[in-house]
Design a protein around this ligand. Structure first.
Ligand SMILES: *Cc1c(COP(=O)(O)O)cnc(C)c1O
Length: 371
């Protein structure tokens, strides 16, 4: 089912490699890989492709990681025409490097581009750019259990022009940062603040696109969550202020005591997570009834009080699956599963990370070998 590593050779060859003359010394790299500082330390190179309105995608290359030149009038700085993706590269026991469902990320990147009036990047270029970077910086893929190399593809409007229209010049890049085990100190359920005065996304807006602007909008409510003693913020729908949508960067799941697994249906204001879609499949395979529907906050709170909701968790590529132990809002404060991680939550987490790291059979051909 899984693709052969040879399949990607042609895609990778489209990228010209310009190696850095100043690579990180092996000792320094080993120290970083032993205790990764996610999002702070990056590998030696980055993939890059340039787009021009009149000539399309060009100059596929792998270059030294470093600062970008940006004109102060670059459109992205003023009108936030930007999108991104997030996925991981995993080192398997035999040393081979794999990634998880990259076609799904490529397709989502295309949908996000369309919504932000950016040019669509082909799935071949998307996957080729990941493989080209990982092959160049292969020594940066950690081997410790639960560790991986986080890949961050992104695209932005680089044209210097203050007029309001879609940019005629666009840059696409992939950068990579080693990441450690999310639950290094053991699994700890997170507390969630239900945003009161803010929404992440609005009807007809950009909620289903993975764009930086959505994250900018979630930062103030996230501060509010901290002030309320919570670690994360969750948002309700903007039209009725009734239905659960998602966190700033993770989807939500509710497990009922009868085993039913539920997640808010995609209504246009929720980001369609690759982790979300994988969990729907894995839960179905385990024989659970799986339902995508509107779930009201009132219903969730009632279910927590009468015991008909037994587990709640959040999911996304970065943390995979995170148990939720508490929901707090203006006039409620409810504990989930007695504040402990749920059984199904942890079983799904184990299975999904098992598939990603090659310890559990890849039944659906979700893995692509990068190197
Ligand atoms: C990226 C993201 C997710 C999770 O998506 P995955 O593909 O599972 O990583 C969920 N919600 C938002 C808003 C996101 O940006």
């Amino acid at each position: 089912m899984s693709k052969n590593v040879q399949d990607l050779d042609g895609l990778v060859e489209a990228f010209e490699v310009y190696p850095t003359s100043n690579p990180t010394p092996p000792g320094e790299r080993a120290a970083e890989l032993a205790a990764p500082r996610f999002g702070t330390v990056f590998t030696d190179h980055m993939s890059r492709i340039t787009w021009r309105k009149d000539s399309g995608w060009q100059d596929r290359r792998v270059v030294e990681y470093g600062p970008l030149a940006l004109d102060p009038a670059a459109a992205v700085l003023h009108y936030a025409q930007e999108i991104f993706e997030g996925l991981k590269a995993y080192r398997h026991a035999d040393g081979s490097i794999w990634t998880f469902r990259p076609e799904a990320n490529a397709a989502r990147f295309q949908r996000s581009a369309k919504r932000l009036a950016l040019p669509e990047l082909s799935t071949d270029d998307f996957i080729g750019s990941l493989a080209a970077l990982v092959r160049k910086d292969i020594e940066w893929v950690p081997s410790a259990d639960g560790f991986s190399l986080y890949l961050r593809p992104f695209m932005y409007a680089s044209e210097s022009f203050l007029g309001v229209r879609s940019s005629h010049e666009v840059e696409y890049l992939v950068i990579a940062s080693p990441v450690g085990s999310y639950f290094a100190d053991g699994v700890k359920p997170v507390s969630i603040w239900i945003a009161q005065d803010y929404h992440r996304a609005g009807k007809g807006g950009t909620g289903s696109a993975k764009c930086g602007g959505n994250y900018a909008a979630s930062l103030l409510p996230q501060i509010e969550a901290y002030e309320q003693g919570c670690e994360q913020v969750a948002f309700l729908d903007d039209v009725t202020d009734t239905y659960l949508e998602e966190l700033g960067g993770m989807n939500l799941f509710v497990v009922r005591s009868d085993g039913t697994v539920e997640t808010p249906e995609l209504t246009g204001t929720i980001l369609e997570g690759v982790t979300r879609s994988s969990i729907l499949q894995l839960a179905r395979d385990r024989g659970h009834e799986v339902v995508e529907r509107r779930i009201s906050l009132a219903e969730l709170l009632a279910g927590l009080r009468d015991g008909s909701v037994s587990e709640v968790f959040a999911c996304g590529t970065a943390a995979v699956i995170t148990p939720i132990g508490r929901f707090k809002g203006v006039n409620f404060d409810e504990v989930v599963s007695g504040g402990a991680a749920g059984e199904l939550t942890m079983a799904l987490r184990e299975e999904l990370t098992g598939i990603q790291t090659g310890k559990v059979e890849d039944r659906y051909g979700w893995l692509t070998r990068l190197a």
